[in-house]
Design a protein around this ligand. Structure first.
Ligand code: NAD
Length: 486
C-alpha cells in the first residue's frame, strides 16, 4: 500500500479496517506538510481488536516456541530486505535524519535476533523433589496484551515488545503514537507476509481515550507503555487498578558527569552526539552535563562540534510546532534566569522547508540546579551545563533528579568511573559513552520516575513480563505408603 497521503487504517484480524472515528492530520515535521490522517479510534474498534487477539490466542499459544520463532526468522529477513523503505518511512513521519532512522531499523533487527534465540534461553525447570515425585515449572503466555508506544522511535520501540511478546505465545494490540502511525502499518504487513496468523497482531490507532479504554478492558491481560512520565504514571495507575500487569517506561533527564581528565575530543564528540542525536528526542539523550572542576577545554570543543550541526542537513526536525515552541521556551527561560547561551538553536529555519519544525543545537552554560532547564525534560537538542567543584557535588546533582533513565561518566580513571557507577541513581550507566543503551541480551529500563513496574522491557527481563509460571507436581510410581506430600 502507498503510505504517503494515506488515510491510516486499523489492522484487525489480519485486515486493514477503515475507522469511522474522527481523524487527526498527519504532518511531515520536516516541512509541515500534511501527509495523511490517522483515526482517533474508540471502544468499538478496540473491542474488535481484543476479540481478534482473544480468538487467535488458543492456537497461537499452543504452538511450540520453536514453531513460533520460525515466523520471526522470516520477519527479520523481511526487515532487512525492506530496510531502505522502512528507514524512509521513519524519516517521513518522525523527521530524524536518514542515518538515525537506519540505526533504528538495525536495532529492530537485533531485537528480532534476541526473540528468535528464546528457545535457547527459555528452559522449563524440572527436579525430582522426593523419590518418584517431580516438580516442573513451565512459562506460559498471558493472553491478549497491549503495547502503547511513543513518537520518537516509530519502528524500534514497537520492536521492544512485538517479537518477544509474540514469540512467547501472547497475542497483541499495538497502539502507536498518533504522530507516527505509518511505520507500524508496514510492520503489520511484513509480519503477515512472514506467516503470522491473523489476529495474533492487531493495531488500533488513537489517543488518550483509546489508552484509557485499553487500561480498562477486562480481556487485556497486560499493558506495556513507553512515553512521558506524566502519562506513564496515569497508565500504570489505571492499568494496575484494573488488576493488570503493567510496565510503564517514562521520560528522562540524563546527566553526563565530565571529569577534567576525560579525553577532551572524544568527550566533546560524545556529549554533543548524545544531546543532539535524533534532535534530542531520545530518552537516552544527554540533557545535563555536570562539569567537575575545570572542564573549560572540553566545553570549548563541544561548542565547535555543536556548530557543525546544521538543521535540515545533519540535524533532523523535532516532532511538532508545539515541541519547537516548548524547547525554545526553555532556552529563553534559562537566559532570563541568568544562564549563558553558548550555542543558540532558537529560530532555526531550513531553506525550502520553512514550514518544518527545527531547533538548532543549543549549549547553555552556568545553569543552576534549581532552574527548569536543569530539572525538567526538554526533549530537544539542548544541553545544560552545571559546574561543580567535586564528585560529591556532581553526584548530589545527579541524585536530586526525579528521573533515573541513564547517566554517564567521562574520565580516564577506572577508580573514579567505578565510584560514579556505584553512586549514580539511574538504571543505565555509561562510561565514556553518551548514549549507554544496553545491547541485546541486556535489558533496557530506567529507575525512579523513568519506569514504573517490576523488571525491564527487553532482553531476559521481558521473559518474566510476558509469561506466567505453571508449576506442576507429578507422581507416577504407586507407593505402598503415603507421605506428607500425598
Ligand atoms: P507521550 O507520553 O505524550 O505519548 C506516549 C503514548 O501515550 C502515545 O501513544 C500517546 O497517544 C499516549 N498518550 C498521550 N497523552 C496521553 C494521555 N493524557 N493519556 C493517555 N495516553 C496518552 O510521549 P511522546 O511525546 O510520544 O514520547 C516522548 C516521551 O517518551 C519522552 O518523555 C521520552 O523520554 C519518553 N520515552 C521514554 C522511553 C524510555 O525507554 N523510558 C523511550 C522512548 C521515549
Amino acid at each position: 500500500m502507498s503510505l504517503e497521503h494515506t488515510k491510516v487504517e486499523n489492522f484487525i484480524d489480519g485486515q486493514f479496517t477503515r475507522s469511522e472515528a474522527d481523524v487527526l492530520r498527519l504532518i511531515n515535521p520536516r516541512d509541515g506538510t500534511v501527509i495523511g490522517s490517522v483515526p482517533l479510534s474508540g471502544n468499538e474498534e478496540l473491542q474488535a481488536a481484543v476479540l481478534s487477539a482473544k480468538k487467535a490466542f488458543p492456537e497461537w499459544s499452543s504452538k511450540t516456541l520453536k514453531e513460533r520463532v520460525q515466523i520471526f526468522f522470516r520477519y527479520r529477513t523481511l526487515l532487512e530486505q525492506h530496510v531502505e523503505e522502512l528507514t524512509n518511512l521513519v524519516v517521513l513521519e518522525n523527521g530524524k535524519t536518514y542515518d538515525e532512522a537506519k540505526a533504528e531499523l538495525l536495532k529492530s533487527m537485533e531485537l528480532c535476533e534476541f526473540a528468535v534465540s528464546l528457545p535457547q534461553i527459555v528452559h522449563h525447570e524440572i527436579q525430582e523433589v522426593s523419590r518418584g515425585v517431580e516438580c516442573r515449572m513451565e512459562r506460559k503466555p498471558l493472553g491478549g496484551v497491549a503495547c502503547i508506544t511513543p513518537f520518537n522511535f516509530p519502528n524500534m520501540v514497537p520492536h521492544w515488545t512485538i517479537p518477544n511478546a509474540l514469540v512467547l505465545g501472547n497475542t497483541m494490540i499495538l497502539k502507536p503514537s498518533e504522530f507516527v502511525p505509518l511505520s507500524t502499518l508496514r510492520i503489520a504487513e511484513l509480519l503477515k507476509e512472514a506467516g503470522l496468523p491473523d489476529g495474533v497482531f492487531n493495531i488500533v490507532h488513537g489517543g488518550k481515550k483509546l489508552v484509557e479504554a485499553i487500561c480498562d478492558h477486562p480481556d487485556i491481560e497486560a499493558v506495556s507503555f513507553v512515553g512521558s512520565t506524566k502519562v506513564a504514571k496515569i497508565v500504570y495507575a489505571r492499568a494496575t487498578s484494573q488488576l493488570k500487569r503493567c510496565l510503564a517506561l517514562g521520560g528522562a533527564k540524563n546527566h553526563l558527569i565530565v571529569l577534567p581528565d576525560a579525553h577532551a575530543q572524544m568527550t566533546a564528540d560524545n556529549v554533543v552526539a548524545s544531546m543532539a542525536g535524533c534532535a534530542g528526542q531520545r530518552c537516552m539523550a544527554a540533557s545535563v552535563m555536570v562539569g567537575v572542576a575545570d572542564v573549560q577545554h572540553i566545553i570549548d570543543r563541544m561548542v565547535i562540534e555543536a556548530k557543525k550541526l546544521v538543521p535540515g542537513q545533519n540535524l533532523g526536525s523535532v516532532i511538532s510546532a508545539a515541541a519547537k515552541k516548548r524547547i525554545e521556551g526553555y532556552i529563553t527561560q534559562a537566559e532570563n534566569e541568568g544562564a549563558k547561551i553558548l550555542v543558540d538553536g532558537r529560530n532555526a529555519t531550513v531553506p525550502d522547508k520553512e514550514g518544518g519544525y527545527y531547533v538548532g543545537p543549543t549549549i547553555i552554560d552556568e545553569v543552576r540546579p534549581d532552574m527548569a532547564v536543569a530539572r525538567e525534560e526538554i526533549f530537544g537538542p539542548v544541553i545544560s551545563i552545571i559546574r561543580v567543584r567535586d564528585i560529591d557535588e556532581a553526584i548530589a546533582v545527579e541524585n536530586a533528579s526525579n528521573y533515573g533513565n541513564a547517566a554517564a561518566v567521562f574520565t580516564q580513571s577506572g577508580g573514579l568511573a567505578k565510584e560514579i557507577i556505584q553512586r549514580a541513581s539511574a538504571g543505565m550507566i555509561g562510561v565514556n559513552i553518551g548514549v549507554p543503551v544496553p545491547r541485546e541480551p541486556f535489558p533496557f529500563g530506567g529507575w525512579n520516575d523513568s519506569k514504573f513496574g517490576v523488571g525491564d522491557i527487553t532482553g531476559r527481563s521481558s521473559i518474566e513480563f510476558w509469561t506466567q509460571n505453571k508449576k506442576t507436581t507429578i507422581k507416577w510410581n504407586p507407593e505402598d505408603k503415603t507421605n506428607w506430600m500425598s
